[in-house]
Design a protein around this ligand. Structure first.
Ligand SMILES: C[S@@+](CC[C@H](N)C(=O)[O-])C[C@H]1O[C@@H](n2cnc3c(N)ncnc32)[C@H](O)[C@@H]1O
Length: 203
């Protein structure tokens, strides 16, 4: 179905009417919410952590991460203007209080962000990033020594298969090791219709 593949493509950079639909799906699907919660729990956030999310989408994860912190702050980047608007509206009170800061833009923003960060995470974003090795190296540069990176992936789309998650995790683990991360481990969550994996590593 051509419209379905058009919709799937939206998840890489939601815009227009289909982008609104993609944003609504991301914010409402129980499996999406669960994988976000799980990822944030794996980061073991401390009240004063400085946290960065790459690709916040509709911004539920920003709300959830901020709820784990008191004096800390969560910063986010997303290259979709539509997602920036949705996530900013959803987190308006946190932004006003200085507990969240959402920027519109891609990985080119990384060096100018208010780091260094204790924790960095991304949920279903890295499959859209072509120069992954370069991205991982840039992320590492803006993290604290011993900082924790967590990257979650849950296969989606018409051709998704359960084995995709494990293959993604194996490749990403190698790429993280090459970028200088250590203590790399993979956690798995048995979600429906596909399992999710989170690859974690320390600076
Ligand atoms: C599938 S959505 C996931 C959103 C959210 N993390 C979630 O799990 O609900 C992917 C998001 O990452 C953003 N994104 C993809 N590549 C990006 C990049 N290179 N820089 C910034 N944002 C990116 C997209 O605009 C989109 O909002």
């Amino acid at each position: 179905m051509p419209w379905l593949s058009k919709l799937y493509r939206q998840f890489g950079k939601p815009e227009g009417v289909l982008g609104h639909l993609a944003g609504w799906i991301m914010a409402s699907r129980p499996s999406n919410r669960e994988r976000i919660r799980w990822t944030v729990e794996l980061l073991d956030l401390r009240p004063d952590d400085r946290v960065l999310e790459i690709g916040y989408g509709p911004g539920l994860s920003i709300t959830f991460a901020a709820s784990k912190m008191t004096s800390g702050k969560v910063t986010g980047i997303d290259h979709s203007a539509l997602m920036h608007a949705q996530a900013s509206a959803r987190n308006a009170a946190l932004i006003r209080a200085g507990r969240a800061e959402l920027r519109h833009g891609g990985l080119e923003l990384l060096p100018a962000l208010p780091g260094p960060f204790d924790k960095v995470f991304a949920v279903n974003v890295f499959q859209f990033i072509p120069g992954r090795q370069e991205a991982l190296a840039s992320i590492r540069q803006i993290m604290q020594p011993d900082g924790l990176l967590g990257i979650t992936y849950m296969p989606r789309g018409a051709n998704a298969a359960p084995g995709d998650a494990g293959r993604f995790a194996a490749l990403l683990s190698e790429q993280m090791a090459e970028a200088g991360f250590r203590a790399i481990r993979t956690e798995k969550l048995d979600l429906k219709p596909m399992p999710a994996v989170c690859v974690l590593g320390r600076v």
